[in-house]
Each structure stands twice: as structure tokens, then as C-alpha cells.
Design a protein around this ligand. Structure first.
Ligand SMILES: Nc1ncnc2c1ncn2[C@@H]1O[C@H](COP(=O)(O)OP(=O)(O)OP(=O)(O)O)[C@@H](O)[C@H]1O
Ligand SMILES: O=C(O)[C@H](O)[C@@H](O)[C@H](O)[C@H](O)CO
Length: 183
């Protein structure tokens, strides 16, 4: 899997920006939403309080913590799909099974897997303030991560470089025209 992975051939309707904590999901999702005019959802806002408390305490989530959270994100996408609204959604979606749940019966889903080495992500997390997720959880994020596979719809994009560069790289990989304003 690499940036050479085949890009989406049609304009995607529900883009899930995935990857480890701090890799830049929120930043890139906002860039895409701004360029397209599409609706945006922040996956972290769907976490129950108990999940946020756990992460803030430096305890990694387990599958049991994540399944209900993933279902609420899937429900949100279903509302968007029913309304015919394209969207961009941030969600770590670290494991293949989580992504299977997110795209089940939803051909509109396309994943944008943001990647970077841990040193770069750690630097960026340490430069961020006001977020519940501690950098100490980064190793477990990488340990849990199952990279986007060839059987999954989507693209893999490096977050090296400044924000405009990364957003442009992601838009190009997704075949998203910068002038798209369909929502
Ligand atoms: N290309 C970039 N260059 C420099 N800084 C960046 C870049 N992308 C993101 N950042 C910064 O890195 C930090 C992490 O980014 P962001 O919050 O978007 O990541 P995230 O994947 O959404 O994190 P989380 O999963 O923990 O919510 C932020 O402070 C953000 O401003
Ligand atoms: O699956 C997970 O472990 C979580 O979703 C985390 O990745 C955080 O929610 C998020 O990224 C906040 O930093």
C-alpha cells in the first residue's frame, strides 16, 4: 500500500479521513471541506464521555469501547447518504474490521489514510494544546493500526509538508476537483 494506490475513479460521497491520533485528520478534513463545501463531522465528538476519559487518562481504547462509537459514526453517514449530502468525516478507523463496519452497505465510503512516521506525529502532538489525547498513547495507536489494504476503497497519503501541500495531495489522490461545491 502506498501513494501509488489506485485513486477513486468517481467523486467520493463519504470520505473517512483515517489514521493514528495526531496524524492530521482534523486539519486535512477541514481543508477538504473548505475546498469542496461538503459537510464535515469530527469523529472525536461521537465518543461517549467514558471513552474520552479513558484516553485522557492514558488508557488505550479496546474493541468494546470502539464498536458503539463506530456505529454512531455509521449512523451519521447514513443520514447524510439518505439526504444525498457528500461528507468528510474524521475517524481513526485503525483496524480493518472497524472499516468493514463503516463501509458495510455503503458504497459511498472512501478512506483517506493519512500516514507519517511516529517521530513527526509525536512532534505535532506535542505542539498541540487543548486536546484530550496524550502523546503517550501513540505507540498503541501504531500497534493497533492495520494499514488500508488493497481490498479496501481509498487512498494513502503522506502528511509530510505544510498543510496546504498535504490538503492538495489528498485532494489530488481522491480525484477531487478544487472547484467542487456540491453541498
Ligand atoms: N501538515 C501539517 N504541518 C504542520 N502541522 C500540522 C500539519 N497537519 C496537522 N498539523 C498539526 O498537528 C496537530 C495534529 O493535527 P490534527 O489535530 O489535525 O490531528 P488528528 O489526526 O485529527 O488528531 P486526533 O486524532 O488526535 O484528533 C495539530 O496541532 C495540527 O495543527
Ligand atoms: O480509535 C481510537 O483509539 C481513538 O479514536 C483515537 O484515535 C482518538 O479518538 C483520536 O484519534 C483522538 O486523538
Amino acid at each position: 500500500m502506498s501513494e501509488e494506490k489506485t485513486a477513486a475513479s468517481t467523486v467520493p460521497q463519504q470520505i473517512i479521513v483515517m489514521g493514528v491520533s495526531g496524524v492530521g485528520k482534523t486539519t486535512v478534513a477541514h481543508g477538504i471541506a473548505e475546498a469542496t463545501g461538503w459537510q464535515i463531522a469530527e469523529g472525536d465528538e461521537f465518543h461517549p464521555e467514558a471513552n474520552v476519559a479513558k484516553m485522557a487518562a492514558g488508557i488505550p481504547l479496546n474493541d468494546g469501547d470502539r464498536w458503539p462509537w463506530l456505529r454512531t459514526i455509521a449512523d451519521w453517514m447514513d443520514t447524510q447518504i439518505a439526504a444525498g449530502k457528500p461528507s468528510v468525516i474524521t475517524c481513526s478507523a485503525l483496524r480493518h474490521a472497524y472499516r468493514d463496519l463503516l463501509r458495510e452497505n455503503r458504497p459511498e465510503v472512501v478512506f483517506l489514510h493519512l500516514t507519517a512516521d511516529a517521530t513527526l506525529v509525536e512532534d505535532r502532538i506535542n505542539g498541540r494544546s487543548g486536546h484530550f489525547m496524550p502523546a503517550s498513547l501513540l505507540p498503541t495507536q501504531y500497534a493497533t493500526l492495520e494499514p488500508l489494504g488493497p481490498d479496501e476503497p481509498g487512498v494513502v497519503v503522506s502528511v509530510e509538508g505544510d498543510v496546504p501541500q498535504v490538503v492538495a495531495r489528498a485532494m489530488a489522490a481522491l480525484n477531487l476537483p478544487l472547484e467542487e461545491r456540491s453541498a
